[in-house]
Design a protein around this ligand. Structure first.
Ligand SMILES: Nc1nc2c(c(=O)[nH]1)N[C@@H](CN(C=O)c1ccc(C(=O)N[C@@H](CCC(=O)O)C(=O)O)cc1)CN2
Length: 293
């Protein structure tokens, strides 16, 4: 079994991004600029946005975090997004998810100019992704592709089973793995809460993408010998034993599954760190007008 080390790979890719950001600054007299809107005080979201800001600084980007209380209206939020869409000093614009219940994430996603949609959630980017056209790829699936690429894992011909059909991970991941590119060229099964026998489906997988949001959902008896296992889960539990006050668990029962896997990502230290890299790469591409000239 080989560990797919998100820390190592993300730091290596960030060095390349930093070099490109320095070139961008030299040629354009400004840094790539990401704006992240955070609504409310969800503990996970606070951590992830802080990490996005910190990582922007590390690679030489400008970043701005705009914060709102839970009670901001959908109209106010859309008005702010429209203002930021027009601002030429901003390259990438994201709204951290989840949002409070009274705000429709679809409306928010569609309000963002697709040319600044570095989360890759806008229907234009999703449609272009499915057609294999230049687009912003959602950060987590993008990070997973970069990880598979780094370890030169040949996915062509593999049977990939994606567990979970979220707009952020499962759905786009299933599209990307089916595309005629490497990593990709997989036969893909997308399983979800209504799938009749998830265990039977996962047992057939050469490549498992676990993105269901349930602690230790994938157990050893569901995994074929030699499978590649990618754990997207970040399930937080309060803990008095850690400095942060919480402990993270993946969707995969690492202890029992690792001995059967050919490759496996840890949690923490796996896909989460690659998500940040996906976002940074998209932001750099937006600044360079590399996707939409
Ligand atoms: N607008 C968006 N919202 C959300 C996205 C997204 O891509 N865009 N994805 C997730 C959360 N996410 C990014 O925002 C994210 C998740 C995890 C990590 C990460 O670095 N994880 C670390 C552990 C960090 C910790 O201590 O909690 C790891 O796995 O090692 C970064 C970003 C939902 N919302």
């Amino acid at each position: 079994m080989q560990l797919l080390d998100g820390k190592l790979v993300s730091e290596k890719i960030k060095q390349d991004i930093a070099a490109e950001a320095a070139e961008f600054l030299a040629s354009n007299g400004r840094k790539p600029h990401l704006v992240a809107i955070l609504v409310g005080h969800d503990g996970g979201s606070e951590t992830y946005v802080a990490s996005k800001m910190r990582n922007c600084k590390q690679v030489g980007f400008d970043s701005t975090n705009i914060r709102y209380e839970d009670d901001i209206s959908q109209e106010e939020l859309i008005q702010k997004i429209e203002e930021l869409n027009q601002d030429d000093r901003i390259d990438g614009l994201i709204v951290q998810l989840p949002l409070p219940k009274h705000i429709d994430p679809e409306k928010i996603t569609e309000a963002i100019d697709y040319r600044k949609d570095v989360d890759g959630f806008h229907p234009i980017n999703l449609g272009r992704m499915q057609r294999n056209l230049p687009c912003f790829i959602p950060a987590t699936p993008y990070g997973i592709l970069l990880m598979l690429d780094h370890y030169m894992i040949q996915t062509t011909g593999m049977h990939a089973v994606v567990v979970g059909r979220s707009n952020i991970v499962g759905s786009p991941m299933s599209i990307l793995l089916a595309r005629n590119t490497q990593p990709g060229n997989c036969t893909v099964t997308l399983t979800h809460s209504r799938t009749k026998n998830v265990k039977e489906e996962v047992l057939r997988a050469d490549l498992i993408i676990a993105a269901i949001g349930k602690k230790n959902f994938i157990t050893a008896d569901m995994v074929k010998e030699g499978a590649v296992v990618i754990d997207v889960g970040i399930n937080r539990e309060v803990s008095t034993l850690t400095k942060s006050g919480y402990k993270l668990y993946g969707d995969v029962d690492f202890e029992s599954v690792a001995p059967k896997a050919s490759y496996i990502t840890p949690v923490p230290g796996g896909v989460g760190l690659m998500t940040i890299v996906g976002l940074l790469k998209n932001t750099l591409a937006a600044a360079k007008h590399a996707i939409y000239p």
